[in-house]
Write a protein that binds this ligand. Structure first.
Ligand code: SF4
Ligand code: SF4
Length: 375
């Protein structure tokens, strides 16, 4: 990556008569220079998140079709792809995941593309990608169909995230392309513990744990560390905030590993990155619900540099007004202490900068960017 600023192309969401948002997205992608990639007869993975059932802020299939149509025009063979999850829900095996994708509107009829689950039926079709330059993850476990793809396009919904701070391009690639074991590896510093005095024995944590890690005795919960994979789901649902991560640095390590996994995904192949900064929910689209967006929607962003893209999107969101009646507005009193960083304000233990830092060290890009407005 050169020492020059990376260009990040973007447009707002104004759409006067005669124009529309699909045309605007196409203009941003083309302005960012996607045609510089040689797509001829290449297998092109468009990595996205199909949204957990019940969530309504995930990227609409119409936007995915715009990306797929461009790739087809440029001679490539595009398909939509994601990998299975660690936790309960509709996306932890390929059968349910594909049904979830269809129910949320991702079909050949709507997008002109097939949907693939990159790590197979049970999330164990994986390749260890040799990355000696990585520090913590020397051989990240990536879904095999992701590794077999010739070109990767990240199509991410930019929003908040309870562990990473926010979810953008690097998280879509790093966490999103890990197989189940890969996701366990990234979460391994995030094992949970219960503060017994705060536990009221409600068992809500059990309903979200996919690993049967809860033990209840005398009306209190403890967590079996031989079973806990550190997915963090129980931390989010506990009504009394009785569950914490054992390791204080767990979210820093998580972000650090996400960058190292993104490095493995991008290795030796052309990549291009698109983020839709709209419906900016506080939590990720893995949740089966979406709370009021924390700010108004911003627009479409595209770049060859995922680091610059993530930083530009975060900066733009942090410059927006706070939406009333949102999780962020409830925390308004704490904005100052978090230097007006919205992601730190809603999730004080997160540190998204760790991902940017590590990605820069790995030469995945720069956070020194130039915004180019596309009309
Ligand atoms: S959700 Fe929290 S309060 Fe309820 S049983 Fe689990 S640890 Fe205890
Ligand atoms: S105990 Fe909590 S953090 Fe551990 S696997 Fe279960 S839900 Fe995830």
């Amino acid at each position: 990556m050169s020492e020059n600023k990376s260009k990040v192309y973007w447009s707002d969401l104004r759409a006067p008569m005669g124009d529309n948002l699909l045309k605007k997205l196409e203009r941003v992608i083309l302005a960012a220079g996607i045609e510089k990639i040689d797509f001829k007869d290449k297998f092109v993975a468009i990595k996205m998140h199909f949204g957990e059932l019940g969530n309504m802020s995930y990227i609409r299939p119409n936007y995915a079709k715009v990306v797929g149509d461009i790739v087809k025009r440029l001679g490539g063979k595009p398909y939509l792809i994601d990998c299975n999850t660690l936790y309960t829900g509709k996306r932890w095996n390929s059968v349910d995941h594909l049904e979830n994708a269809r129910l949320n509107g991702f079909t050949y009829a709507t997008t002109g593309m097939e949907v693939l689950i990159g790590d197979g039926l049970k999330g164990n079709s994986e390749v260890g990608v040799h990355c000696p330059e990585n520090d913590l993850c020397k051989s990240p476990l990536i879904g095999k169909d992701i590794v077999d793809s010739d070109i990767i396009i990240s199509l991410s919904h930019f929003k908040g995230h309870e562990g990473a701070g926010f979810g953008g391009a690097l998280k879509n690639l790093g966490m999103g392309c890990g197989s189940r074991k890969g996701k366990e590896d990234m979460h391994s510093a995030s094992q949970a513990k219960v503060i017994s005095e705060k536990c009221i024995g409600c068992k809500k944590c059990k309903t979200v744990c996919n690993h049967d890690a809860q033990i209840y005795e005398n009306g209190k919960c403890t967590i079996d560390l031989n079973k806990c994979v550190g997915c963090g789901r129980c931390v989010e649902v506990c009504p009394t905030h009785a569950i914490e991560f054992i390791n204080n640095d767990s979210n820093v390590i998580l972000n650090y590993k996400i960058a190292e996994y993104a490095n493995a995904v991008m290795k030796n192949k052309p990549t291009f990155h698109i983020s839709l900064v709209m419906d900016i929910s506080p939590f990720c689209d893995c949740h089966g619900e979406n709370d009021t967006p924390i700010t108004p929607s911003v627009g479409f962003f595209a770049s060859f540099d995922p680091v610059a893209l993530d930083k530009a999107c975060a900066d733009k969101v942090n410059a927006m007004p706070v939406n009333d009646n949102s999780m962020l507005s409830e925390q308004k009193a704490h904005l100052e202490e978090h230097h007006h960083d919205y992601f730190h304000t809603i999730f004080p233990t997160t540190e998204w900068e760790a991902c940017i830092r590590r990605a820069k060290e790995l030469n995945l890009g720069t956070d020194d960017y130039e915004l180019v407005y596309v009309k």
